[in-house]
Design a protein around this ligand. Sequence first.
Ligand SMILES: [Zn+2]
Length: 120
Amino acid sequence: MVGSQDRGERELAEAMRQGMRRRGEQAFGEYFDRHGRSCALGAAYDGMYLLPADPGKARPQQLDRLFECLEGTVRRCPHAGCRKKLALGVIIVHLNDDHRWTREQIVDWLVGPSVADATH
Ligand SMILES: [Zn+2]
């Protein structure tokens, strides 16, 4: 099944891009905050489901099922000097909240060379 995982990550990145267009600013510590901002995973959820302007307590409960790569892929944290290895979905939240990566940086990493290299 080489390749299906890459496609999952590319779809995840694309959903994140769409979600970022819908909510200009980035949230930290929660998927959506009360100012209408979204974190990296919140943006992916938003991109998939086109949530209302006020998502309220929406939580990406089904996101893992949509994107198997979130749970099924273990990635090393790409932040310089950080040695954490976690499930992709956890790494994305970790980059967003702990390293304060922008969603753009996270998308670029998702579709970066390590993914592209394995694409046929
Ligand atoms: Zn890290």
